[in-house]
Write a protein that binds this ligand. Structure first.
Ligand SMILES: [Zn+2]
Ligand SMILES: [Zn+2]
Length: 170
């Protein structure tokens, strides 16, 4: 979905959309979108600046870091993205670049790609590490069995070999 800036009345415009999972590309095959993703928001244009803000709600499926089992992760995130026009950005380049300007995006043209914002914001709200449950045991290092399913019977070495060598010295 694109917001045509020419359609903004008085520099304002609202949008709402629901995406089917296949309509968004998160660019990461380990992350699957679940239920329809909804976005509601508004665009405000003031001079050379444009602010797109709103809320995204969806559910994603990611792999558990330890056992690789699927985890359903509900996501609800508020966002606000600032844009400035290409020409305003170039002007700011000649001036000193402030932190504030580093975090804005540049837009050029007549429309803003809402899909791109939604994809980016979903990725930003997914934690870098996820566990299916706090005490997920993961796989056995020796036989590869899923230890959540039960004890595989392997005895895991508890002493680091380097310490074991030290112990012999005593
Ligand atoms: Zn797990
Ligand atoms: Zn084992």
């Amino acid at each position: 979905m694109r917001m045509e800036l020419i359609n903004l009345e008085g520099g304002k415009g609202d949008f709402a959309h629901a995406y089917e999972p296949e309509q968004l590309d998160l660019g990461d095959e380990r992350i699957k979108l679940g239920s329809p993703t909804s976005v509601v928001g508004k665009v405000r244009k003031v001079g050379t600046e444009l602010v797109v803000s709103g809320r995204i709600e969806t559910c994603v499926q990611v792999d558990c870091d330890r056992c690789l089992g699927p985890i359903q992760l509900p996501i609800g995130t508020d966002f606000s993205v600032e844009y400035i026009t290409g020409s305003a950005y170039e002007e700011s380049q000649t001036a000193e670049l402030t932190d504030e300007l580093m975090s804005v995006s540049v837009f050029d043209g007549d429309s803003i790609d809402i899909d791109e914002i939604v994809q980016e914001q979903i990725l930003l709200s997914i934690p870098t590490r996820s566990l299916c449950r706090v005490d997920c045991k993961g796989f056995c290092e020796k036989c590869g069995a899923d230890k959540n399913a039960g004890d595989c019977g392997c005895v895991e070495k508890e002493i680091d070999p380097r310490w074991a060598a030290l112990k012999d010295l005593i």
